[in-house]
Design a binder for this molecule. Structure first.
Ligand code: ACM
Length: 266
């Protein structure tokens, strides 16, 4: 069993000091868990004016030190954490998520599918679709709009993910339909941690949720409140891929029929 704590909150665009203080408060409330999941770009906010604006935020001390801050909290409180964050690597920016755990394990995923103006700011992720471990379980990370691309859900399932962690800044309700469907199709849990608040002309819709391996929403936060929500999942259920007594969702695939997929490149 794994006790998950989701943090839903309203970061302030560009004010990493303020955000880290707020995140610290919520991390303390969430620390009695195995894994804490924060939203996308939790340390920086989302709607940058342009790439120079994003770079100026990425260059602030508290933004640069976010990894160390999370790693220290993880070690001091014996809890693992996944958080979306603004990553600067050389001259490039990535919309990334960090995984830190008390034993020093560290992982990173960079968002592959960029949404709207993100294309003017970030490079698409170039670290593939890694799986990470916690206890004896394996999980993958997708970030927000990545959810719309079924191929990556499938790859993570075939690699053996027991659950997917999904830090988000969602602004439409589409994910609430797609994510549970992907949970059914791949037989794993999905943990979507979303933010709230408004930046410029966009409003984030909260409703952080957990889908079980059969697409049932087993936990959901409200649309416009900050807080922490605990949910215990049993990732071993993800190892049962029988959807009926006669159907295994992975073994029943017939990939010879899917080869055409590779012909369709944008
Ligand atoms: C999104 O990918 N932040 C909608």
């Amino acid at each position: 069993m794994l006790k998950i704590a989701q943090i839903q909150f309203n970061p302030k665009l560009g004010d990493c000091d303020f955000n880290l203080e707020k995140i610290t408060t919520f991390l303390k409330m969430a620390s009695n868990s195995d894994l804490i999941v924060l939203p996308e770009l939790a340390n920086s906010g989302y709607k940058f004016d342009n790439i120079d604006h994003a770079k100026s935020i990425a260059n602030t001390k508290s933004c640069i030190n976010y990894y160390r801050f999370l790693a220290n909290f993880s070690k001091d409180n014996n809890v693992s954490i996944v958080s979306g964050y603004l990553e600067k690597d050389g001259d490039d920016l990535y919309n990334s998520s960090l995984y830190v755990s008390p034993n020093g394990i560290f992982g990173k995923y960079r968002k592959i599918h960029l949404f709207m103006d993100e294309k003017n700011i970030f490079k698409p992720g170039n670290l593939g679709l890694p799986l990470f471990s916690i206890k004896n379980y394996k999980f993958g990370i997708l970030i927000c709009f990545d959810y719309l691309f079924p191929e990556i859900w499938r790859i993570m399932g075939l690699k053996g993910a027991d659950f997917i962690v999904h830090p988000s800044n969602l602004i439409t309700q589409n994910a609430y339909k797609v994510v549970p469907a992907q949970a059914i199709m791949n037989g794993y849990y999905v943990i979507t941690s979303n933010r709230i608040g408004t930046e410029g002309d966009i409003t984030f819709c909260g409703n952080s949720f957990v889908s079980d391996t059969r697409g049932n929403i087993i936990s959901e936060m409200e649309g416009n409140t900050e807080g922490v929500k605990f949910t215990t999942i049993n990732p071993l259920l993800s190892r049962n891929k029988m959807i009926t007594t006669g159907n295994h969702i992975f073994d029943d695939r017939l990939p010879d029929n899917y080869e055409e997929l590779l012909d369709y490149k944008a």
